[in-house]
Design a binder for this molecule. Structure first.
Ligand SMILES: [Zn+2]
Length: 460
């Protein structure tokens, strides 16, 4: 373990979603605790700055301090696929990405459906990063029998999920929702209707048909979301403490359905991934523009030398520019409470194959903040929206107490150079697998320091 930090961060752009304050401030840390935060223009101005989006203006400092980031959805592949990632490499990668707390999905081998595997999934050198295990909702993630949720929660599980697949049987899904409610945790569902998506390689649309890829229709997500909402509505009428979270939503229609259900007052939340807010299916043809740079109908469809990069194979698939815009809008209007990385590292053996045979997933925990900042620099997302989606939003879902940058609290923060740029590569990424389509692309936002509970987890 590293020593407790003592440091003075003078003249930083400080964003604190917990207190709802932003602006130029001096933050001093003594022996791992926040000793003082001095807002240059006072707290009233800092509150107004937060409400206005927490965006720095011309002439403001370009090095920012935020609370350490929290990821509600990552795969560290331990036990079972340590060649792709494990706790030691995953936490190193997370800290490099600015993350101090990471929730791990249970689709390990074997699945984390028992206390022993749940504990094995977070064992090892953690580089001061805190890991929160999510337990399998059903035994073996087979979808036929709900896990012993009470025992798993007692052992530290913060949620249950069969992520990687949906719980297809609706009666089992309902039973899992009830078991999670009884244990005081949320059920996190991967929304996919398998009868519509089996064998799907890319979003149903012009890119898939032009490239000859098998379609994964938007209805495959919408049908699952609608069905989940129907079951939730039914359960909540007798068990109001039930909580359902839909992870990595990717379509305009599904997000609209969630927003409408939230409007009814249902205890429903969702997240979107960095890749679904910033990349589109035309990347599979070789287009390399950010989603917000592409007008609908303006996608480049003629395959280039960059086409069929299997690092773009992901579930749910990348979609049209309009869907990516809907994902960003969901963050702005609060329909989605978090950006979840769905960090899904895969070894070269699983990715260096033809597109349709490649494993699904993008290693994204080291580039998530940079991708969000690319959207910020394009005027698409305010720093307030990004900071909340990466800290207080996921904390709310996972039941994590966050002190933000309050004086007296243990220091958990990330220092990021907003004006700096870097390029992901085997040399710069710290995770074991580098299956990302962003290799060698210039990205904004260089993490300088990540601190969790007073101890540096990453230092550039
Ligand atoms: Zn999933």
């Amino acid at each position: 373990m590293t020593d407790l930090l003592t440091a003075n961060f003078a003249d930083h752009w400080v964003v604190d979603p917990v207190a709802g304050l932003a602006g130029v401030a001096d933050v001093s840390i003594v022996a791992g605790k926040i000793a003082s935060v001095t807002w240059r223009d006072g707290e009233v101005a800092a509150r107004a700055c937060w409400a206005a989006g927490a965006n720095p203006g011309a002439g403001d400092p370009t090095v920012a301090l935020l609370p350490a980031l929290i990821d509600l959805h990552a795969h560290f592949r331990q036990p079972g696929a340590n060649a792709s990632e494990e706790v030691e490499s995953g936490t190193r990668a997370a800290a490099h990405g600015g993350y101090g707390i990471v929730a791990l999905m249970p689709n390990t081998e074997p699945a984390a459906d028992n206390v022993e595997t749940l504990q094995a999934a977070i064992a090892g050198e953690r580089h001061s990063v805190r890991l929160l295990p999510i337990a399998a909702a059903t035994v073996g993630r087979a979808g036929t029998q709900v896990s012993d949720v009470a025992a798993l929660v007692k052992a530290g599980a913060v949620a249950i999920s069969d992520d990687g697949s949906p719980i297809a049987d609706r009666a089992i899904f309902r039973a899992a929702l009830l078991a999670a409610a009884a244990a005081g945790i949320p059920l996190i569902e991967h929304c996919e209707e398998p009868t519509l998506t089996a064998g799907g390689e890319a979003a149903d649309g012009i890119v898939a048909s032009r490239l000859g890829l098998r379609p994964w229709p938007a209805a495959g997500e919408l049908r699952a979301v609608e069905s989940a909402i129907a079951v939730l509505r039914d359960v909540v009428s007798s068990v109001p403490t039930a909580r359902l979270h839909l992870t990595h939503l990717s379509t305009t229609a599904a997000l609209a359905a969630v927003r409408s259900a939230q409007g009814e007052g249902l205890p429903l939340t969702c997240d979107v991934t960095p890749h679904h807010i910033a990349l589109i299916d035309a990347w599979i043809a070789g287009d390399r523009r950010w989603a917000w740079e592409v007008a609908s109908g303006d996608e480049r469809l003629a395959p280039t030398a960059d086409a069929f990069d299997s690092n773009l194979r992901v579930c749910p698939p990348l979609r049209a520019a309009g869907d990516a815009a809907a994902c960003r809008e969901a963050l702005r209007n609060g329909t989605a409470l978090a950006i979840g990385t769905d960090h899904a590292p895969h070894s070269r053996e699983k990715k260096e194959v033809e597109f349709g045979l490649a494993a699904n997933g993008i290693a994204g925990i080291e580039t998530s903040l940079s991708v969000a900042l690319a959207a910020h620099h394009a005027g698409e997302l305010s720093l307030a929206t990004i900071a909340a989606a990466l800290t207080t939003g996921p904390a709310r879902l996972l039941g994590v107490a966050t002190a933000g940058l309050t004086p007296g609290a243990a220091a958990s923060l990330v220092q990021v150079d907003l004006a700096g740029v870097w390029r992901p590569s085997r040399a710069t990424l710290l995770g074991r697998s580098i299956n990302t389509p962003l290799i060698d692309r210039e990205l904004p936002g260089v993490v300088q320091l990540t601190v969790l509970e007073g101890r540096p987890a990453y230092q550039r």
